[in-house]
Design a protein around this ligand. Sequence first.
Ligand SMILES: Nc1ncnc2c1ncn2[C@@H]1O[C@H](COP(=O)(O)OP(=O)(O)OP(=O)(O)O)[C@@H](O)[C@H]1O
Ligand SMILES: [Mg+2]
Length: 518
Amino acid sequence: MTDKVRWDEFDKLHVVRRLRELVGKWWQIQINFTDTKGLLRGVPEGKFFNPLNPICKAVTEDNRGFEACRGTARQTTVEATRSKDARISRCHAGFSTVTVPIRVEGKYVGCVFGDGFLVADSAAEQKTRIKNYLERQFAGREQELNNYVEALPILSEKDIAYLTELIEMVVEEIIVSQKRVSDEQDKVGELSKELGTRYGFDRMIGKSAPMQDLYRLLDRVCDSDATVLINGENGTGKELIAKALHYNSKRKDKKFVVVNCGAFNENLLESELFGHAKGSFTGAIKDKKGLFEEADGGTLFLDEIGETSMSMQVKMLRVLQEGTFTPVGSTQIRKANVRILAATNRELQRMVKEGGFREDLFYRLNVINLLVPPLRERKEDIPILAEHFLNKFAKEAGYKKAVDKPTLERLMNHDWPGNVRELENEIERLCVLAGSDTEIYADLLSAHISDNAKNKFPGYRVAGKLKDALEDLEKQMIRDGLERTRWNKSKLAKELGISRAGLIMKVEKYGLDKRNIG
Ligand SMILES: Nc1ncnc2c1ncn2[C@@H]1O[C@H](COP(=O)(O)OP(=O)(O)OP(=O)(O)O)[C@@H](O)[C@H]1O
Ligand SMILES: [Mg+2]
């Protein structure tokens, strides 16, 4: 439950309004709310409730009386913390008060109280007390005071029971409304958690829209046993994602085993994956467990799956279909319960068409497909990734460095063909080169990165009219953007923060028609 109590909302509840009206009209009793500390809620700061009888009005008009009233309200509501039911008590001036605690899902959130009345049994005594209390304030107006006191509402035992019942009804209504509000808040909280910007998943960093989509997908697939094929260019974080999937799954206490399918020749890969029996080939001096068995109960990550030979693909298909395999040189069929994750930077579908990859294996692997976007398509992640790596290397060095603005701009302008790994390496290199300096300047950047940034703006002028320079820059940005988004003008317009119509006008102005460019 959300802790926040919506006091202002109570006033708008129909039942509350109606009750205030009724008890006000019948008995001149005022209804108020206090929180757990006994502070009045739902009234403007520095104001007390709206006293209905002239005596209460007089009491609260006086500073001392006002403070005393607040003190009583505090005391009664704090006392109500311990009680479950309604309580009748006395205020400092001598009036009676009914207090009903509000408990939402067992938690005490405050009270509703009604006061400003006399109880039949003790009315005479109360009147005397009230007169004594106000004697000084009404000096010279004794008759007036007397008239007011005589006109005060006196409630019989039955009236009090009825009043209590009414207040209890209000409390119930408040509890229901509070629960509804808090349920809604919880729901909103969950939703915004789901929809709001996330800065990472496990050890992955990135807040760009494509990464948000990826996190949402990861949330959904990490607990399933389905095979996942992770596609993405070099250094985009495929292995990091595979790890995140394993360590956020129910298999996390078992092993995460990586096998690089491109690093072995066919025979070696087979024995690596499925194990071998003693004597099955020269050098096989004893039985050896394969990685499939090693990963039993856990996750096996088949990295560079696109590099697997056709005959090896057949064997892999069998494991994926039946969960069984045979160690090299053995006749014994083995079984292992393994979740398979695979990754490649190659376009498997194209390989299938060209005959380089088995279609059946492709479909087996591709149950869930995760596409990791290249860094150049999510450049807004560059600053936080850079910061992340600066922190990482700061841990190693013992103190943190920062990149200055021009350096960051160049990092943003570079296209990062080696993706996050390239950025990580560049930051590491910068940290080393900067030596004991805490600030990293652009002249330390690798030449291809700073050159690239310059090349991006061939028309970049150091002299001449600002307007022309800006137009050159604008033209270049639109041209690059069109290529990058494959002429998706709506997408590019959004990226550039202009309207689609505005972009089309500029495309015409600069003659950036598709036919003119490529
Ligand atoms: N989103 C990210 N947040 C933080 N670090 C990342 C992120 N993506 C990649 N990295 C880091 O970049 C480096 C490369 O990542 P990883 O090895 O997972 O990429 P890959 O896609 O498997 O690359 P390759 O295709 O070359 O095998 C790692 O050091 C990894 O920690
Ligand atoms: Mg990798």
